[in-house]
Write a protein that binds this ligand. Structure first.
Ligand code: NDP
Length: 503
């Protein structure tokens, strides 16, 4: 039975959502949305380009310039954001099934992670609407100066396929909270939950033109047109590092404000004094969750030499508990990768590992026989004795592949963890709080977890150092990105003291 969120498809095509209406591409172009677990067509998707982006930006600009969105109060926006979150939760099962169908990720994850978190993004920013603080200063001459924040206008959001609705809403909610209007370009591999969001937006009372969703590809397509459009004031992008660099260049002529969440090469460092069972369990999850397609994945395991063989055995035991299969089966813990092309890219890393002397594939490394052979499946794979300079350590694999390296000293571990171009996240496992703290000081990543992985508080700064990002998202940081600052100064001619004369 077709997912109810796709029930209204016209001509079996997920259309754009522009100016409050479902809209086909002007030239009628479409592309296929394919179920990565079976290779079967789910539906067609409208393929947008410059024409559709122009229409979406015009609608967004009108909604912003003429209202009603930019004229709403924070309280009114909070009410609408809360309704969006409520409506996503009310349809959690439908959204979760659609996300699993479109992306290949297990229903367990979409039901308990992606979709509730998408709803929470709106609830969280609904609350923050009421907590905006404007710093004020009184000068020597008694004048008052207040810096307030205003919306930017039309902002562009470009999102990846690994956490489709979760990341789209992570940008959408703060952009709307600040009173901007939006054009969202979802990844072409996972367009469907963004498409389905239009029903929620309409039901929640989001006015026409405030949120526009244009489907399409990135280069030479809707994504690039959005980045180049002079009417778009900012781009918030999550995706690969090389794409971020291309977007930065394409947006430069129109001087756009940009925020980038890019690739990662996270590590779990396990010191000999750690709780090894727990560390091995969480480090395995850190590498395999969402088939390893997480920017924050702990895809590298760095383990102190004296406990390495024990930890490797524990990780193998954890891997043996993983259940690969149909993403829609509630028992499945490892679904399909996002597509066969990507799965084959991940396989090429494993082939490379096989060609390296001394490197050992401890388990996995193959397409499992038990699943649909047209699907993009891959066994969870553990590779040991991997040299630091190899592609397996230096490049983002973005699949269920965990590499293992050993170290003898603290400094060696830190040098290995910092020895890639990425700097997004790292987990440190030790019972020694001083060692943990010292490691957190030395590690060059935007996020450091101590004896944990993936725990988050949405108020905190989220983002990466080095080639993993530019800027930070989260809580007030996102609200700051999606706004302009304006300082309003009021003179006090009755004040007994005169200040400096500035001009
Ligand atoms: P991509 O960079 O391939 O694509 C991301 C988005 O950008 C897609 O919507 C894509 O469209 C679009 N795009 C591609 N090229 C351009 C262009 N020239 N101009 C404008 N838009 C463009 O990333 P993936 O979708 O492959 O996502 C995986 C990547 O995302 C990984 O590197 C991962 O680490 C990173 N990521 C980072 C996170 C973080 O917070 N740091 C979080 C999650 C993921 P299309 O799909 O059509 O190509």
């Amino acid at each position: 039975m077709r997912n109810p969120l796709l029930g209204s498809l016209k001509s079996n095509t997920a259309l754009h959502f522009i100016n409050g209406e479902l809209t086909a591409s002007a030239n009628g172009a479409t592309f296929d949305s394919v179920n990565p677990a079976t290779g079967e067509l789910i539906c067609k998707v409208a393929l947008g380009g410059a024409v559709e982006i122009n229409a979406a930006v015009a609608a967004a600009d009108k909604a912003w310039r003429e209202g009603p969105w930019s004229k709403t109060t924070p309280s009114e926006r909070a009410t609408i954001l809360r309704r969006i979150g409520d409506e996503i939760l009310a349809r959690k099962q439908e959204f979760a099934e659609l996300e699993s169908l479109d992306s290949g990720k297990p229903l367990q994850e979409t039901m308990n992670g992606d979709i509730p978190r998408a709803a929470f993004n709106f609830h969280f920013y609904a609350d923050l609407c009421h907590h905006q603080v404007s710093p004020s200063f009184r000068s020597d001459d008694g004048s008052h100066h207040t810096t307030i924040r205003e919306p930017l206008g039309v902002v562009g959001l470009i999102t990846p396929w690994n956490l489709p609705l979760y990341l789209a809403t992570w940008k959408l909610a703060p952009a709307l909270a600040q009173g901007n209007s939006v054009v969202l370009k979802p990844a072409e591999l996972t367009p469907l939950t963004a498409y389905a969001l239009h029903e929620v937006l309409l039901k929640a009372g989001v006015p026409a033109g405030v949120v526009n969703i244009v489907q399409g590809f990135g280069p030479d397509s809707a994504g690039e047109a959005l980045v180049k459009h002079p009417g778009v004031k900012a781009i918030s992008f999550t995706g690969e590092t090389v794409t971020g660099a291309a977007i930065m260049a394409a947006g430069a002529p129109t001087l756009k404000k940009m925020s980038f969440e890019l690739g990662g090469k996270g590590a779990s460092i396990i010191f000999a004094d750690a709780d090894l069972e727990k560390a091995a369990k969480v480090a395995t999850r850190a590498a395999m969750r969402n088939q390893g397609q997480v920017c924050l994945a702990g895809s590298r395991l760095l383990v102190e030499e004296s406990v390495a063989s024990k930890v490797i055995e524990l990780v193998k035991q954890e891997i043996s508990k993983i259940k690969i299969g149909d993403p829609l089966d509630p028992e499945t813990t490892l679904g399909a990768l996002c597509g066969v092309e990507h799965r084959n890219k991940v396989l090429s890393f494993i082939d490379h590992a096989k060609s390296l002397a001394g490197v050992k594939i401890e388990c996995g490394g193959n397409v499992p026989a038990s699943v649909n052979q047209k699907g993009a499946f891959l066994e969870p794979t553990l590779i040991t004795n991997v040299p630091q300079e190899s592609r397996l350590i230096q490049e983002e694999i973005f699949g269920p592949v965990l590499t293992v390296q050993t170290f003898k000293t603290f400094d060696e571990a830190i040098s290995m963890v910092n020895g890639t171009k990425y700097g997004l996240s790292c987990s440190v496992w030790t019972k020694d709080i001083d060692k943990a703290n010292h490691a957190a000081n030395k590690i060059r990543t935007g996020l450091v977890w101590i004896n944990s992985w993936f725990i988050r508080n949405l108020h905190t700064a989220f983002g990466g150092m080095k080639h993993s990002g530019v800027g930070r998202e989260g809580g007030q940081y996102s609200l700051d990105f999606f706004s302009e600052m304006k300082t309003v100064s009021v003179a006090n001619p009755l004040h007994e003291r005169h200040g400096l004369v500035w001009i």
